[in-house]
Design a protein. Structure first.
Length: 377
């Protein structure tokens, strides 16, 4: 039996960032991270094409976005583990196209979005010259959307975890959970562990972990998102283009190392799994893309799928479960998990250590109750 003060279940971006921030906030705390796969970040984190989009999500999510941005621009933990730390963000921009059916949504985006402007066709084609004439009715552009270096961010947290004395155990899928004498006992495929506090950062499997602990699930929904990588046409300098998509979320294209990553923006409810794309769903999304871009899809360089797991109200779930002492939730990241991770991890550390909401969130009017799992109990 191996013991710790806190056991984090899951070493994706959520679990790795939380573990690192706990160690950064308190000396002498023993933190152990259990990862069910052979390597951390195998599922959603490793398949994310994350952009930082301030206007993405509901009010609570946007508060996490705003609090996370300064951290992504100059991460304090990067200075501890990197020789030449720098911003994790790089310019991208996001262009959202209305095909004529998104009138109310388009107007709402312009009126409520921070830094969003309407563009005429000339300005749009200057950004993305490959669009077919007449393929959209209106367009909105957010210049301040940024690419996130997902792998580097994940590695900063994992490297700091190791440097600060934390431990990562892979191939350690949880098979049983029970609480005895104020301690959680975990049986895993890598042996037995115990701690008075566990952090459920198991992504799509978080409800299953709760059930193992004798708790009711909170209704998390794993939604499959597919993508394909396409080679650009000769002469296309796609690296300079913004992320471009349909405002109705029926497809989007994101430049990726000189290629085009295209997604049907699918959100199909599935069981927690090692996700693979549905060929028909992917083909339909690529067809929608090709109706807007002057491009004939003849070959895919690669295709994949990941899971975006949402809580019923589309907000993060962070906090102790009122029905079980020492059971802490970190779940429901949905499509916002990477860009919200820095601020969310600091909130996790504060709540676990009995402290106030971090000042970067408090200054935005964030209240811990908006993320607390008690709202589902």
């Amino acid at each position: 039996m191996r013991s710790a003060d806190i056991v984090v279940i899951g070493a994706g971006m959520a679990g790795a960032s939380a573990a690192a921030e706990i160690l950064a906030a308190a000396e002498g705390v023993r933190v152990l991270v259990l990862e069910g796969e052979a390597r951390p970040g195998y599922h959603t984190t490793g398949r994310s094409a994350a952009c930082f989009i301030q206007n993405y999500g509901n009010r609570s999510i946007r508060q996490f976005n705003a609090a996370s941005r300064p951290i992504l621009e100059a991460h304090p933990l990067a200075a501890e583990v990197e020789e030449a730390p720098g911003s994790l963000l790089s310019p991208r921009g996001i262009l959202q196209l209305d095909d004529g059916t998104q009138g109310a949504a388009f107007d709402e985006l312009l009126s409520e979005g921070d830094g969003v402007e309407a563009l005429d066709e000339t300005a749009v084609r200057a950004l993305v010259p490959a669009l077919r004439p007449g393929s959209f009715a209106r367009a909105a552009y957010e210049a301040d959307a940024m690419d996130i270096d997902v792998d580097r961010l994940h590695q900063i947290y994992l490297r700091f975890l190791k440097r600060a004395g934390g431990e990562l155990v892979c191939d350690a899928r949880v098979t049983a959970l029970r609480r005895e004498a104020d301690v959680w006992h975990l049986e895993t495929t890598a042996g037995a562990f115990e701690a008075p506090v566990i952090v459920n950062a198991a992504g799509a499997w978080a409800d299953r972990v709760a059930v193992q602990a004798g708790l009711s699930p909170i209704g998390l929904q794993p939604l499959r998102r597919s993508a394909a990588l396409l080679a650009p046409r000769d002469g296309w300098d796609v690296g300079r283009w913004p992320l471009t998509g349909d405002l109705g979320e029926r497809w989007y294209m994101r430049p990726d190392a000189g290629r085009m990553m295209v997604s049907p923006a699918d959100a199909d409810l599935v069981e927690p799994q090692d996700a693979w794309p549905d060929d028909m769903v992917l083909a339909e999304g690529l067809d929608r893309f090709a109706r807007v871009f002057d491009y004939e899809v003849t070959r895919l360089e690669a295709s994949w799928a990941g899971l975006r797991t949402f809580a019923p109200d589309k907000s993060l779930v962070i906090g102790f479960d009122p029905a079980a002492e020492g059971f802490f939730w970190l779940a429901g990241q949905g499509g916002y998990g990477i860009q919200t991770a820095p601020a969310a991890a600091r909130l996790v550390a504060a709540l676990l250590l009995g402290r106030d909401v971090p000042p970067e969130l408090a200054a935005l009017g964030f209240e811990a109750e908006s993320a607390a799992p008690a709202r589902f109990r």
